[in-house]
Design a protein around this ligand. Structure first.
Ligand code: RP5
Length: 153
């Protein structure tokens, strides 16, 4: 994520990955304040065996796009809700990549963080049967958790 202040959003991605028993690392890497850290992180990502990078950022959200420019590892962008523009700035910054440098872009905020984690798991599940069954279990639990009526009675 681009800032420690993104963690209240990005912890939902982490919690979802925890639930799926999917190993991850959570790092603060700012495209603007720590550009050398971003360069090192993205340039070493493939060699370190990362299968996907979930990059959450807000405002002038350059982290996902710059990460995608620096590594062939798939980048999943999460627009963090910004104070001034409610995350529309983040969304447009992340989604409007030039042709040739893709970033898979998710919804603003918590839903996007959760879905980025689920999407990463789904990518891994294409050739990992255990991951696929954990994802099936997640979906089943989600379905079972939807009540037929809005009240408890
Ligand atoms: C972005 O600037 C971060 O991703 C964060 O969403 C936003 C604001 O950062 P802080 O000023 O709260 O550190 O780079």
């Amino acid at each position: 994520m681009g800032s420690r202040s993104d963690w209240p959003t990005m912890e939902h991605a982490a919690a979802t990955l925890d639930r799926l028993h999917l190993a991850y690392e959570a790092r603060v890497v700012s495209a603007h304040r720590t550009p050398d850290r971003l360069y090192d992180y993205a340039k070493t990502a493939r060699a370190r065996g990362l299968k996907a990078i979930i990059a959450g950022a807000g405002g002038a959200a350059h982290l996902p796009g710059m990460a995608a420019a620096l590594t062939p590892v798939p980048v999943l962008g999460v627009p963090v809700e910004s104070r001034a523009l409610k995350g529309e700035d983040s969304l447009l910054s992340i989604v409007q990549m030039p042709g040739g440098v893709p970033v898979a872009t998710f919804a603003i905020g918590k839903a996007g963080a959760i879905n980025a984690a689920l999407f990463a798991a789904a990518m891994l599940a294409t050739d990992d049967a255990e991951m696929a069954s954990r994802l099936d279990a997640y979906r089943d639990a989600q379905t079972a958790g939807v009540p037929e009526t809005p009240s408890d009675d």
